[in-house]
Design a binder for this molecule. Sequence first.
Ligand code: FEO
Length: 398
Amino acid sequence: MTAKILDTLHFIGTNDRSKSLFENNWPLPFGISYNSYLFTDQKTALLDTIEYGSDRSYFEEIKEILNGRDLDYLVVLHMEPDHAGMIGELLQRYPHTTVVTNARAVKLLEIYFPVIDKSRIREIKEGDKLELGQHNLQFVMTPMVHWPESMMAYCTTENILFSQDAFGTFGTLDGGIFDDEINLEYYKDEMLRYYTNIVGRFSVQVEKALQKAATLPIRIICPVHGPVWRTDPKVVFDWYSSWAASKGEKGVVLVYATMYGHTQRMADYIARQLAVNGIRNIRVFDVSKTHPSFILKEIWKYNGIVLGSCSYNTGMHPYMHHLCHEIEIMQPARKKAFLFGGYSWSGGGLKNLQLFVQNMQQKHRWELLSPGIELAGYPLTGDLEKLDRDISAFAATL
Ligand code: FEO
């Protein structure tokens, strides 16, 4: 799949509709795209590759665009194998190509492709330039967006930012490749899921990268997943800025784990009370039915979180445990939390949720107004009065 961005700059990408789990963890119901970019200036330069084996026509497309010329440079912005996968074969096919990348990426190159001749690598650092002829690339280090070696390249002549994972998204490019050819709302949702699942943990570093990028005039953004932003890159820049700042809007994500329906009944009761208390954005999930990938995306959107678990072998339910683990990893900040639990004979669901939230309070500025409530079986009249008071107080803080 190719498209012309400039006379001397081409998009070469592929859609992956085969992979079911990105990083063997995150569901891909709408697939994913891998993008690379090829300059054909006085010098030729390919920026990043694609996942190994994801597209049989990739090398034919490069060859066709090069039209008999050699490939002078391979610029490696990020070494995760969804972009670095084709490096080994590319360098075999183009034995005169020089790899241009930073010192941290060189270490990963040596791990993934130990046969690469070191004399073929040109190491660059922050601010260094690569002259291609009419176009020059300047390198901007953006560590942890998404890996330590991650960097961006900025075309100073055309004001194009090659942003690697930043501004990327899940979802294939279904015909439309540019922002003016697609439904932005569709991609916004998948982009937020990508953000919360892949780079949300590094939001501090994302904010630093955005601050650096904000000093540059940017006409086009070329990420390695999803659409190329050639018409209004400010749209995606603003989305990322608000997500990195973790500015959740007023609302609640309520997630429960239940075995036989008692805890679910409490969840529905609490959701109803939240609505009665004026909360209009309420999203309720059975944690055993919905993958954490999708729940994390919703958690990122809102400032309130309610977690409830039945007791399971004296702890919380295993699926709730998994969700809490992913939340700890991805680090959504500044949430206001409310907890509840259910038990028949042991207890333990609520206690373990409290321990989880204590950790989030210490590390990520979560707030917990009350210890929560744990009930045996269905809530009874006396329980409901206390629950009503606690939910009212919680809703007032949102
Ligand atoms: Fe799309 Fe971090 O790789």
